[in-house]
Design a protein around this ligand. Structure first.
Ligand SMILES: [Zn+2]
Length: 369
């Protein structure tokens, strides 16, 4: 196996390549872009934050709220809320309950809301619809099931912001800890057409209430009608997730989950069991490599972590049973899902939004604006 000497990416990942300078293509991409998102001086960070504040407050349309923030209770979104609080903004917080939230996640959300006093709304997804969608994606055999959750919260927030006339959405998406994408592992999160296609083949219930977003709708609201503006706040502050966790613990009595995206049982089980067992994907390699480049962890420590199994083996049976029971899957169905050959997302779609017609429209419109 060929491994990058800087991060821990290796040639088990289809997109992995070594470059002439003896670093991998993911490290090379980081080197090329990091000056845009990291290494700001303290002065520059204060200036960045004050510019964001001015921009948001200056174009406040809604009488009460100046921005919308989606809060999962995980580090990134919690830290965005922390900054909004410190900046004296008045956001409306949206939290989504897809039926899988952990106790830790609920604890964190309650602590943050108590302390900041921010108003909030909980979007409760219709469990029968959501369960049906998750089962559809499991049966489809595609690796990015989490995109249903990401899609729902994102679609809901954009519609909510447009409806309430709130121009700014503060997002926890960030370059520092999420800069690498592996195309074969995922699919775009803003395309309901893809979800619909899979659900049509494998689903049983109608999707009456599930929030829906389309790339063109998003582009329209962001660029043509200019109704919304998404700010990735963590890209302006030299984001370091370990430092963020310390601040969150101190300020909100926030609890750590012990791993990225462990805020829900589904995510933990999916990334810790289904992805490695069925798809031979270990997402820890990707997350830890980002942390190495962002100087949050050493390469040796990252290798130590990935040498351990992704889930504690003594709990796996219990987790499998809970997973089947909650989704109402029979043992035969679960065994079938796990043993069938993995599929690619592209097997269920022609991504028209990446084709040349859409790209041309996008470029032309951007030039006109
Ligand atoms: Zn590398």
């Amino acid at each position: 196996m060929i491994s990058c000497p800087v991060c821990i990416m290796n040639d088990s990942i289809k997109e992995f390549k070594m470059t002439k300078t003896n670093i991998c293509n993911f490290c090379a991409e980081w080197e090329k872009q990091k000056h845009l998102y990291t290494n700001f001086t303290q002065n520059k960070i204060s200036q960045n934050l004050s510019n964001i504040k001015k921009k948001i407050i200056g174009s406040k349309n809604n009488k009460k709220y100046d921005c919308v923030i989606g809060l999962s209770g995980g580090t990134d979104s919690s830290f965005v809320v922390y900054h909004a609080w410190k900046l004296g903004l008045n956001p409306i917080i949206i939290h989504m309950d897809n039926g899988w939230n952990s106790k830790t996640s609920n604890h964190n959300i309650n602590k943050i809301l108590d302390r900041t006093g921010f108003d909030y709304k909980t979007l409760i997804l219709d469990w029968e619809e959501f369960r049906d969608l998750q089962i559809s994606f499991l049966k489809a055999g595609v690796p990015d099931i989490e995109l249903i959750t990401d899609h729902a919260i994102f679609a809901y927030i954009i519609d909510f912001a447009v409806k309430e006339n709130i121009k700014f959405i503060l997002s926890g998406v960030n370059f520092a800890t999420e800069h690498s994408t592996i195309n074969s592992w995922g699919w775009r999160k803003d395309d309901f057409n893809h979800i619909k296609k899979i659900h049509k083949i494998f689903g049983k219930h109608k999707l009456k209430t599930f929030p829906k977003m389309y790339p063109f709708k998003r582009f329209y609201y962001e660029n043509i009608k200019k109704k919304i503006n998404v700010i990735n706040l963590l890209d302006f502050i030299n984001y370091n997730s370990l430092e963020a966790k310390e601040i969150l613990k101190k300020e909100f009595n926030w609890e750590n989950y012990g791993g990225k995206h462990r805020e829900s049982f589904f995510t933990m089980f999916f990334q810790g069991y289904i992805l490695p067992e069925k798809f031979k994907i270990d997402k820890r390699i990707l997350h830890l490599s980002c942390m190495i480049r962002n100087q949050e962890i050493t390469r040796d420590k990252a290798l130590e972590i990935t040498a351990l199994p992704p889930l504690e083996s003594q709990n796996i049976n219990q987790y499998v049973n809970f997973f089947k029971k909650k989704l109402q899957l029979s043992n035969d169905e679960f065994v079938k899902i796990m043993s069938e050959k993995p599929k690619r997302h592209s097997d269920y779609d022609i991504d028209i939004y990446n084709n040349w017609v859409f790209q041309l429209i996008k470029k032309t419109v951007k030039k006109l604006l």
